[in-house]
Design a protein around this ligand. Structure first.
Ligand code: MLT
Length: 204
């Protein structure tokens, strides 16, 4: 319901593309702000809090089962809710959803990637930090015109390289322009990947 909607909005130069922050498990609607500010200073920026809670109250964008598998009904419903919520917030602040740059980390990157493959979301540019493929998609959408920067760390205990590679293959096969950044690191944003993402943004 509407009451589940927790957003944070940070105004910027209205002519610049708006940035949508999607947090990792246990984050919130504003915890990626330092990253967004580093990558895209001056851009209007907003975050939407995932409305699923796990364990002692960690926020997420969809249900993860006790065995670590994902609830595919939940991610489908929550993705619909998320894009409806994005439309609401964009409307309120006169932001163009078609120009959105999505900045997602971990669970937030996962719902963004899932949305590209399953939901025809409005955005065309995404920085996905440590994403994974949640559900294989036999019929791929047409992602021509979509640009994605995706990072992976070889010390990541959560994302398997084979799964990350499957996600990249799916996005590319669908026609997206994908830039991969693999690094010797774990499952959290690093200076190296943020520098690479910033460089990538300067040409996308
Ligand atoms: C997920 O649940 O989406 C992934 O396991 C990443 C995370 O821990 O959030």
């Amino acid at each position: 319901s509407e009451t589940d909607l927790h957003t944070a909005y940070f105004p910027g130069q209205q002519e610049l593309a708006p940035v949508l922050m999607l947090h990792g498990t246990g984050g919130d609607e504003s915890d990626l702000l330092p990253l967004a500010t580093f990558l895209l200073p001056q851009h209007p920026t907003f975050g939407i809090r995932g409305r699923i809670t796990e364990g002692a109250g960690a926020r997420r964008y969809f249900i993860r089962n006790r065995d670590g598998s994902f609830d595919l009904t939940s991610i489908s419903q929550e993705a619909d809710w998320l894009w409806q919520s994005v439309a609401t917030v964009a409307d309120e602040h006169l932001l163009d959803p078609q120009r959105l740059i999505v900045l997602g980390f971990s669970n937030g990157a996962n719902i963004a990637a899932y949305s590209l493959l399953h939901k025809q979301p409005p955005f065309k540019t995404a920085i996905l930090l440590h994403p994974m493929l949640i559900e294989e998609q036999p019929t791929l959408p047409d992602l021509t015109g979509v640009a994605v920067f995706a990072s992976f760390g070889d010390l990541d205990p959560i994302v398997k390289e084979s799964n990350f590679d499957q996600l990249i293959t799916a996005l590319k096969t669908a026609g997206a322009d994908v830039t991969v950044f693999k690094n010797h690191q774990s499952h959290r944003p690093s200076q190296a990947e943020l520098a690479a993402a910033k460089q990538w943004l300067s040409v996308h």
